[in-house]
Design a protein around this ligand. Sequence first.
Ligand code: NAG
Ligand code: NAG
Ligand code: NAG
Length: 684
Amino acid sequence: MQHMVKPVCILCLQCSLLYGVHLAAAVAAAGDGNGGDQFAYSGFAGVKDLTLDGTAMVTPDGLLELTNGKPQVKGHAFHPTPLRFEESSSPEGGEKKAAVRSFSASFVFGIVTASPGVGGHGIALVITPTKDLSSGLASTYLGFLNRSSNGDNRNHIFAVELDTIQSPEFSDIDDNHVGIDINSLVSSNASDAGYYDDNTGEFKSLTLVSGKAMQVWVDYDDDATQIDVRLAPVGIKKPMKPLVSTRSNLSTVITDEAYVGFSASIGTMTSQHYVLGWSFGVGTQAPAIDMDKLPKLPGRRSKKSYPPKTMVIALPIVSVVLVIVVAAGVFLLIKRKFQRYVELREDWELEFGAHRLSYKDLLQATERFKNKNLLGIGGFGRVYKGVLPTSSSEVAVKRVSHDSRQGIKEFVAEVASIGRLRHRNLVQLLGYCRLKEELLLVYDYMPNGSLDKYLYSHDDKPTLNWAQRFQIIKGIASGLLYLHEEWEQIVIHRDIKPSNVLLDNDMNGRLGDFGLARLYNRDTELQTTVVAGTFGYMAPELALTGKASPLTDVFAFGAFLLEVTSGRRPVEQDIEGHRLLLTDWVFENCSKEQILAVIDPRLNGNINISEASLVLKLGLLCSHPMSNVRPTMRQVVQYLNGDMPLPEMSPMRFTFSLSALMQNQGFDSSLKSLGTISNLSIGR
Ligand SMILES: *[C@@H]1O[C@H](CO)[C@@H](O)[C@H](O)[C@H]1NC(C)=O
Ligand SMILES: *[C@@H]1O[C@H](CO)[C@@H](O)[C@H](O)[C@H]1NC(C)=O
Ligand SMILES: *[C@@H]1O[C@H](CO)[C@@H](O)[C@H](O)[C@H]1NC(C)=O
């Protein structure tokens, strides 16, 4: 009995404590009367009626968490009901819009990161006609505007931004500023974060990304049509001198009824954005926030989890049970694990001895496949960075799972022969190691990663200039020519795409992963998924017959050329979910002599027109649905080097749209049936 009662009591206590917190918060928020002209939240515990979307949530501690530290996210939080901003004595039936009344807002926020001073995007207090900001973009757009709406007077958005990245496109002054935004992310006025000391008048700098709570005051005076914004660390009273001001009659900006809330976003650099307390008043001062009731910001070390208190009690009990279970399990596991990680060596492997690496060395090289050494998850398995203990050279170790019973002998023979391939545009395979269910392939390490990262990086990462792109294109063509024609056997790559092109120290392109697709092509079950995984690079005849040839590689290379030049993927979906084929789009523009329209806008027009136009036309020729029209890789290299002129592309040759032709060949139907599978596949 004793044992039964005790835990129940503790839980009860827990509950009543939690309720206590809820009640306090509810009382604090009750300032929001029927008039809806003012409200105050001193912490958000138990506040249920905020309108939240994206990553925004209220934590059990009562913090309003707008973003969670994941890259490329946004979160919005709104007071549920709109506030009336217009003058109450609004002229009846008048055409003239009523004037917006004075208002005042105050909030306490905190931006937390793993390392202070280093963080991404920011928070904005927003006043908008709608609670639906779903069309706002993350990152630089702070979650409330987008490329087309930025700067548009019809937005009717007023915002005060706390921005922690300098975006030159919005003329940001630095990466730590407070700005007043009227319908635009180009601030009407902005200032480096800080405050003017009331006693000395001295400016004191503050770091927004500090993990410390700070308070912001926003005041609009309808007589002076002036907006004043102030900032100070929590505990310092509202400074007399504003940090930043601007003059604007907000009557033309804020709608008669408008919603007030927060928008926050993250780009590639991450932070967690929190609001601790918030008050607002229209036609009156914002009510005071009760600083004693505010929740605590999470510290740096306790990264981002809020273990409920019940867990603290349950933990010891759970751990004891766990220890017993684990002890029992370990016995069985060890037995199995040893079997699984036992290196397999058989007599037939002796002839490949030179390429055989020991599992022990690879474990040491990758620090037992530690997550921090994970370079990525590719089409065939995880790839880890490592340093070989024998030669201290940097390597990439790929773990490919396999079924030991099937075709492994042939595969190892192939790996060994691949190991003899040597070309400066191929990623060198150094060796392999074989376990029961896994094959470890060891390659040269490529410090600059894969090409797709440069083509599709979202904001801050520099893209490649045209000269670099052209050099990569020429390199890959030469590597492919070597595989097709210059080695003792014909090697078909089968998986040409930017994520399989790696960049070495000098930004030369090198093909990786060759021959691997073949392993799986033997295995009928996996065949379709792998083929579909690289869908968009797949020649029609390959989709129909499943038979790869040098010309199916040429087709994929054509898609690759268009992709590198246009910065678009070979198959994209429009808003209505229709598939758009890059070849169609390029062909259409090329036939209208609008080559420039398809060049990657990130190049800002800095291209060599004749090279770019050659590459695009060659891309179309290589991706021709009829294989006999495609050039060989030898011809491709000659065209690219200017040793041979590209055959004139008479419109007759492309009289019909490529996708129409594909449809005639039955490609479209096979494409549809593959569609569902492609979602499962590993892709990019
Ligand atoms: C601001 O604009 C409104 C509406 O156009 C107008 O009624 C009001 O007088 C203006 N305020 C000032 C101070 O000019
Ligand atoms: C940008 O935002 C505006 C206003 O919210 C919206 O109408 C428009 O569709 C958005 N544009 C894009 C490309 O999302
Ligand atoms: C910007 O704000 C500062 C600080 O309040 C103020 O001195 C300055 O006049 C403002 N500039 C404009 C253009 O409003």
